[in-house]
Design a protein around this ligand. Structure first.
Ligand code: SAM
Ligand code: DTB
Ligand code: SF4
Length: 339
């Protein structure tokens, strides 16, 4: 969807917008289903990058200690527990700028993925920048989706991160697409950006070809010691509008109500689900930040008559079979002018 289209969509009367999003959701997705995903930080802290929202950057005194890559046995235990608690996706995150084939850490991650992928869940990893060969190796090892967020508009990105560029992010996403993995890419609201920045981000995400399989909408978790520690909380109606626009602009994507749920009321979360969110991170910790307790989430889903999604390791959206053509270019046309 183009920016002018998104602008018109977003600025409609609130109820008109969420009704429209609800209609798209009902047409494309089982309306009472939510995917539960478990996150695990397999390598925490000590990151070389300066992303100003992130507690894992080595540049800020956030109190997060740098740790070593977790052992495979412990990761497998956590993955089995995630599956047993109803998660159908296991997402492993590492605080790295990127990974290179042949390094000890990359080979270890490939080995971990091989084992985790035998458990029947979707396997997602987020390891920073990837080249084409690394993407191919991860795909062969059993990764179903790669998370790499564009986070905000290209213009605002330069104010948030200086150690890599928005174009670097797009290059990795293209490598992931070319290797045949699904792309999980979204952003963070509350980085001091404007509504226009958010819609520019959504314009770019909606023009990926193929469209992203999942779009996480994070609200900033302000982390002490980071430059964005004092930024005010995102307005809940702005969050709901973004979710509704994402549902309409990328109808076949799972829209993941991601970081920030600890600061949302149950009613606000219900509105997000109504407007098209159909996935959450499940478990009392994100990577380093807090997430609602499992018992609270179970109770909320039950109150709202929402059922956890059944396992679907092939990650097909209901209408998807045979519909999406993988373009070798990765993005529509000439990379939608960004890639
Ligand atoms: N290092 C890899 C990368 O940057 O892609 C993977 C891990 S990184 C922590 C994954 C994503 O978490 C970021 O792209 C960002 O969208 C999100 N994130 C990090 N810190 C956050 C925060 N304080 N609040 C909300 N989202 C955050
Ligand atoms: C995503 O978009 N959000 C998740 C997942 N992908 C990797 C991470 C949220 C991190 C929140 C901050 C923290 O836990 O440190
Ligand atoms: Fe490192 Fe990723 Fe955090 Fe940026 S967001 S500092 S790349 S872990």
């Amino acid at each position: 969807m183009t920016y002018p289209e998104l602008h018109r969509l977003y600025h409609q009367p609130f109820f008109q917008l969420i009704q429209q999003a609800r209609a798209v959701h009902q047409e494309r997705w089982p309306e009472n289903e939510v995917q539960l995903c478990t996150l695990l930080s397999i390598k925490t802290g000590g990151c070389s990058e300066d992303c100003s929202y992130c507690a894992q950057s080595a540049r800020y005194n956030s109190g997060v200690q740098a740790e070593r890559l977790m052992e495979k046995g412990e990761i497998m235990e956590r993955a089995r527990a995630a599956r047993d608690s109803g998660s159908t996706r296991f997402c492993m995150g590492a605080a790295w700028r990127g990974v290179r084939g042949g390094t000890e850490r990359f080979e270890k991650v490939v080995d971990i993925v091989k084992d985790v992928s035998s458990l029947g869940m979707e396997v997602c990893v987020t390891l920073g920048a990837l080249g084409p060969d690394e993407a191919q190796r991860l795909k062969e090892a059993g990764v179903t989706a790669y998370n790499h967020n564009i986070d905000t508009s290209p213009e605002h990105y330069t104010k948030i991160v200086s150690t890599h560029t928005f174009e670097d992010r797009l290059r990795t996403i293209r490598n992931v697409q070319d290797a045949g993995m699904s792309v999980c890419s979204g952003g963070i609201l509350g980085l001091g950006e404007t509504i226009e920045d958010r819609l520019k981000m959504l314009e770019i995400l909606s023009e990926f070809n193929p469209p992203p399989e999942s779009v996480p909408i994070n609200s900033l978790m302000p982390m002490p010691g980071t430059p964005l520690a004092e930024v005010p909380q995102v307005d809940v109606f702005d969050l709901v509008r973004m979710i509704a626009c994402t549902r309409i602009a990328i109808p076949g994507a799972k829209v993941r109500l991601s970081a920030g749920r600890t600061r949302l009321t149950r009613e606000a979360q219900a509105l997000c689900f109504f407007a098209g969110a159909n996935s959450i991170f499940y478990g009392d910790k994100l990577l380093t930040a807090a997430n609602p307790a499992i018992a609270a989430d179970r109770a909320l889903l039950a109150e709202l008559n929402l059922a956890p999604q059944e396992p679907n390791p092939a990650m097909r959206s209901p209408e998807q079979d045979g519909e999406r053509e993988l373009s070798p270019a990765g993005f529509k046309g000439a990379g939608c002018g960004y890639g």
